[in-house]
Structures are given as C-alpha cells and as structure tokens.
Design a protein around this ligand. Structure first.
Ligand code: HMG
Ligand code: MG
Length: 299
C-alpha cells in the first residue's frame, strides 16, 4: 500500500488519558486541555465518556465537560457510550460523535463492560439506531487486538470478525486497540492484514498503548499497510482501569513528530501540542510522558 499522505490524529487524552487518574481533576482543567488541543490543530478529540460513574468516577462530569467546550469549527468532539443510557446522555450533551466499545476477548469484555461480546453488540444496536436518527456518527472500538491481560494471545481472525460486525451494524470506522501495549510490529502487521480482509483499511484506526515501548514501531508497521487514522494521547497519558498493567496511550507529540518526519501531513502545530503536554502533565504533578515533549521543551 505505501505510506498515507495525510493522517487524522484522534487525541483521546481527555478521555483515555484521564479516565484512570486517581485524583479529582476539575472540569475546568479538562476543558482547558480540550481547548488547547483544538488550538494546536487537533481536529478530532475524544472529550468524555458517558459510562457509569460508579465504574469510572473520573468521567462522572461528562455532561459538564461537553456543555463547557467552546466548540471550534471543524473539530469533532466525541464521547464513549457503552449503552443506550450513555448514548442518551451524550445526545443531550450535543456530542458530535459517539463511540461504542467492545473487545476481541470475552474475558476483557466481561471485566470492562460486564457482558459478553455478543451482548455488547446487542446493547450497541439501539445506540447505533438512535445515533443514526439523530445524525450522529458512531465509531467502534475493538480492544485487546494484540493480546489480552486475561486471555493472552488473540487470534487476528477474531479481531476481524468483531470489526466486521461493528461495521455491518453501522459504525463508520473501527479503532483497533492494543489495550495493554503488548504488540510488536510483525504482530501488528499480521493483525492488520487479517482485519483488512474483512474491513477496508480506510475504515480502520490504530489505538496503541505504549506499555512496552513498541507503539511507534507498531504504528509504522500499520502505516505501511496504508492505515491513516491514529489515536494517541497528549503527554502519553492514560491507561484502562480494567486492563491490568496497561499504561498510557502512545504520546500524540511522538506520533506527530514521526508523521511529520515521514512527510505525512497532520495539520497539527507540534510545538503547541508539546506545550499542551507539558501543561497537562504539570497540572497532574508529573513530567510529560512524551520523549519529543522532553526533547523540545516548552516554547
Ligand atoms: P452494569 O453494572 O452491568 O450496568 O455496568 P447496568 O445496566 O446493570 O446498570 C447498573 C447501574 O449503572 C444502574 O444504576 C444504571 O443506571 C447505571 P443504579 O440503578 O444501580 O443506580 N448505568 C449508567 N450510569 C451512567 N452512564 C451509563 C450507565 N449505564 C448504566 N452509561 C456498564 C455496565 C457498561 C454501564 C459499566 O460496565 C461501565 O460503565 N463500564 C465502563 C468501563 C469503562 O469506561 N472502561 C474504560 C473505557 S474502554 C477503554 O479504555 C478501552 C479503549 O481505550 C480502547 C483500548 O485501549 O483498547 C476504548
Ligand atoms: Mg485505550
């Protein structure tokens, strides 16, 4: 396929990046993070998650976050919705896009959303129907595509089957999550090749966590297969509360540096993104998890 000319970066920092933070993060801080990402040129921001606040307390202010965003033209503000209750909250909060999420592993799905893969898809049907009626696009996530903390190795054919199902149900795009960051480039390439037989690469995104420091290499492997949508998190924030050992998403700054170095356009101002990474890391009382952020420093 060869490398794409342009990549759409989806910054999931305000959601995936913050959902696992133990301390209370004020809504105002989340809003400033979202605003700074938009100002840096990020055009797709996963801003919140309409899940049970008992399961993920940090996302309990999703409605306030969505209501407080000063919307920038051309920016998509998305939120996770695991079921109809979540979707209704998201629709009332005027999200631009919702995401349903399941996994390639039964064990992980059970821990994460308390049901089987088949039951999760049943729950998504009315969400997708409601979204269609409201003119809201639906993204689908498949977690544990390169390994599961509970089940171990995952068959690429299983990833392909769940991805195809999400697409058939009405998702416009499926994001492939290496939830615990265990993948290596050869595995990532083989997984993508298998999934691409069932779903066009143009409708796939890569969502790689960087637990083992392999995410950039894995991204390069799937970019070579023509994949052109990448999820990442500013400052490398993040982790899934239901995936033992999962650390942050690959840092957006590192991805943008890689892409620009390959001559791939992102529309993002790298230095502004780096500044945003330092700012949010400072608010959380630590230094940035982005190597590029450390190298470039604040402007
Ligand atoms: P459940 O307990 O089976 O749900 O949880 P339930 O339908 O039996 O409801 C139980 C209670 O939750 C009820 O309240 C509901 O009203 C309430 P009660 O009557 O007991 O007071 N409830 C809700 N409240 C607010 N919003 C909702 C909602 N739904 C039910 N949407 C459920 C099922 C899915 C709700 C739960 O398991 C949950 O919220 N899980 C969220 C898990 C999560 O957010 N995980 C992290 C995100 S996924 C991720 O990080 C991976 C990803 O990044 C990709 C990757 O890296 O691979 C996307
Ligand atoms: Mg994730």
């Amino acid at each position: 396929m060869g490398l794409p000319k342009q990549v759409r970066l989806v910054d999931v920092g305000p959601r995936d990046g913050l959902q696992n933070e133990p301390g209370v993060i004020e809504t105002a801080v989340k809003l400033e993070l979202i605003d700074r990402l938009g100002a840096a040129g990020v055009r797709h921001i996963e801003a919140a998650s309409f899940v049970s606040p008992r399961w993920v307390p940090q996302m309990g202010d999703a409605a306030e976050v969505m209501a407080g965003i000063e919307r920038r033209p051309g920016v998509v503000y998305a939120a996770l919705t695991p079921n109809l209750k979540g979707f209704e909250g998201a629709r009332e909060a005027r999200v631009d896009e919702v995401a349903v999420f399941t996994a390639a592993s039964e064990e992980f799905t059970r821990k994460n959303i308390n049901c089987s893969i088949a039951e999760s898809l049943e729950r998504f049907a009315p969400v997708i129907e409601g979204a269609k009626a409201a003119g809201i696009r639906v993204r689908g996530y498949v977690s544990t595509v390169l390994g599961c903390p509970y089940a171990g190795d995952i068959e690429p054919a299983q990833v392909a089957a769940v991805s195809r199902e999400l697409l058939d149900m009405g998702c416009y795009e499926v994001s492939l999550g290496d939830t615990i960051g265990v993948g290596t480039p050869l595995k990532a390439k083989q997984m993508l090749e298998a999934v691409a037989k069932a779903v066009p690469v143009a409708q796939l995104a890569a969502h790689f966590h960087d637990t083992y420091g392999q995410a950039l290499a894995n991204l390069y492997a799937v970019l070579e297969e023509g994949l052109a949508v990448i999820d990442s998190s500013v400052a490398g924030l993040g982790g899934c509360p239901y995936a033992r050992g999962a650390s942050g998403n690959v840092a957006s700054e590192d991805v943008v540096y890689l892409l620009h170095g390959l001559g791939i356009d992102t529309g993002i101002d790298l230095q502004r993104l780096v500044d945003t990474g330092h700012w949010i890391a400072g608010r959380l009382g630590r230094s940035t998890g982005s190597k590029v952020g450390l190298a470039l420093g604040c402007s």
